[in-house]
Design a protein around this ligand. Sequence first.
Ligand SMILES: *Cc1c(COP(=O)(O)O)cnc(C)c1O
Length: 376
Amino acid sequence: MKKRIFTPGPTPLPEIVKLSQAEDIIHHRTQQFSEVLKEVSQGLKYVFQTNNPVLTFAASGTGAMEGAVANLLSSGDKVLVIRGGKFGERWAEICQSFGIEVTNIDIEWGTAVDPSIVEKKLKENQDIRAVFTQLVETSTGVVYDIESIAKIVGKTSAILVVDAISGLGAQPLSTDEWGIDVVVGGSQKALMLPPGLSFVTLSQRAWKNVENSNLPRYYWDFKKAKKSLDKKQTPYTPAVSLICALKESLRLIKEEGWENVINRHSVLARATREAISALGLSIFGHPASNVLTSVLVPSGVNEKELRKKMQDKYGVLVAGGQAKLSGKIIRIAHLGWMDSLDVITAISALEMSLKDLGYRINLGEGVRAAEEVLRG
Ligand SMILES: *Cc1c(COP(=O)(O)O)cnc(C)c1O
């Protein structure tokens, strides 16, 4: 059976990305690899919309999240964490494991943080060293107003650290223009690669924090990574094949153009949401991101059965809900190597599966609504 993946990581791979990984390994201490790293560095700056260097590590996204905490803070530091889902919780857990004092802004899952609450918390706690948030909270599908939050944090001595692992390359994010201090990315989302790489970029202000931070790190030493990158090297053996594949996916993004890539995601997201509404189903979370659409499982339908039907009968894999959203939502990604007809496929599989499970819908109503958006 032909299988199609619609999860918010990993995402489908373009042919050129798959092929590049079948090539002979090249040694990392060669001119040839330095050339690859040079091109990749330029491409990453373009995707992150920054002039600062972007560091690349062999680890899943969480690795670079931990690296950010370990390099930016000192024991006993106080931080603010926006917790609106599973990934907000992860920031808090990482900080706590390093002995950082965490103040959480807990928001209802499926809602976005009100930037004025961040402002208020920073006023009340002038000793906050950093604010940790997501661009898109992938467990709910909600996008946060990072531009406004960056303005607020920029007026204080705190730095803003954004986990943009799912949003990078799908959602508007201008690192330098918006004045974001630290942005973390990962390979298996909009960058159209297998899992295994994580990225981080730091502003001049954030690099000052690195100078003064005393938390333990060895592999995750950002200064060491930056020093190597300046010489088109990595301190240790990099994930050579993934970095060669990254060169190809960054070329695809450059060819399409960053704005066009973001716009494509926005259209696919809108088409998906129109389809869901046309089927009489409800979208979970607001404001919904370009990354994925969370759909409330209608009463009378079992979430596990629905996803199993979509996967086993139609070869379409979507994600379920995490933690307290388990069994309540399904998450349909429109992320990375995806186009109009991918949306049609996902919606069609959803329609047929719901019908198969005895849920009353009119076949084709979702597809039709999506088509109206996708035709442009
Ligand atoms: C995917 C994702 C991560 C990283 O998870 P890994 O499994 O470590 O790659 C972190 N934050 C967000 C918002 C994500 O979507």
